[in-house]
Ligand binder design. Structure first.
Ligand code: C2E
Ligand code: CA
Ligand code: CA
Ligand code: CA
Length: 275
């Protein structure tokens, strides 16, 4: 039994070794991915539930690795965060997204995901300020999406960063609402402008009374606080109808549009004058 145990241990050790090596390889390649042109952005429309009009786009990062092909953000974003590579990559995303959005007809906004490492970095607000200045994008047309887990490392610093962003005129959305530990107190502590209900609630809405009750109460909470609510992950007409009936302001999901290169949405982003 003893030698068997050792064998199992060796097996795990070897497996762990492979995982660590794999991670180091990705970490290394991530540092050069932008310069090598392997990163690109896709855009997913955000829709006014009552009118059906597109009100903006969320920007999602894609990595096409030279040898591995597409690597999922669920895999490379955590590695980028832990290694610090998210700082230059996040800045690139922000700049590209704002440059792109500056050419859209005016009411359309752009939503950019911002990770904990960025929120806590000393120069983040300055970077946002610079990017807005350089691209000429109106600050109110930029929305940063922040998950509540991004705020817990240093709450007072996060609070100060969010206040400064708000002072620039940038809007702040709480991403993945309902999946964290203290969503309610965070709504009170931080100056959010919008709540994004996590897709896991929306996809469970069909026929599930409990989930419907949860979504209704988040919408009620938004009304009470004067915060518009966006529902993520809308995949079916029934889900959208439920949201419309419950007076949800905006929605996003495969039903209205999958994330795609911005050219795919040219009819929306090219005004008659700029085309
Ligand atoms: P997220 O911010 O919650 O983004 C929503 C995710 O749901 C995206 O996955 C999107 O493609 C997917 N999605 C949208 N509509 C639907 C739907 O109707 N059904 C389903 N099943 N999924 C839908 P994606 O693009 O794989 O991104 C995963 C996560 O990676 C994002 O979650 C975000 O946390 C992170 N991420 C992506 N781009 C960036 C970025 O530029 N910076 C940072 N810091 N994080 C990013
Ligand atoms: Ca997001
Ligand atoms: Ca989300
Ligand atoms: Ca998420």
């Amino acid at each position: 039994a003893k030698s068997e145990g050792r064998g199992t241990y060796r097996f795990f050790e070897a497996k762990l070794g492979t995982q660590v090596r794999e991670r180091r390889l990705l970490e290394h390649d991530l540092r050069h991915a932008v310069a090598r042109g392997e990163m690109h952005l896709v855009y997913q429309p955000q829709t006014d539930v009552q009118t059906g009009a597109t009100i903006g786009f969320e920007v999602l990062l894609r990595w096409r690795h030279a040898e591995r092909g597409a690597v999922s953000p669920a895999v490379f974003i955590p590695i980028a965060e832990e290694s610090g590579a998210i700082l230059p990559i996040g800045e690139w995303v922000l700049r590209e997204a704002c440059r792109e959005a500056a050419s859209w007809p005016n009411p359309l906004s752009v939503a950019v995901n911002v990770s904990a490492v960025q929120v806590h970095a000393p120069h983040f607000v300055q970077v946002v300020h610079e990017v807005l200045f350089q691209t000429g994008l109106e600050p109110a047309r930029l929305e940063v999406e922040i998950t509540e887990t991004a705020l817990i490392r240093d709450p007072s610093r996060a609070q100060s960063t969010l206040r400064q962003l708000k002072a620039l005129g940038v809007r702040i959305a709480m991403d993945d609402f309902g999946t964290g530990y203290s969503s309610l107190s965070n709504l009170r502590t931080y100056p959010f402008d919008k709540i994004k209900i996590d897709g896991s609630f929306i996809r469970a809405v069909d026929g599930n009374e409990q989930t419907k009750a949860i979504v209704r109460s988040v919408l009620g909470l938004g009304r009470g606080l004067g915060l518009p609510v966006l529902a993520e992950g809308v995949e079916t007409a029934a889900e959208l109808r439920f949201l419309a009936d419950e007076n949800c302001q905006s929605a996003q999901g495969y039903l209205m549009g999958k994330p795609a290169p911005i050219e795919h949405f040219a009819a929306l982003t090219h005004s008659a004058l700029s085309s």
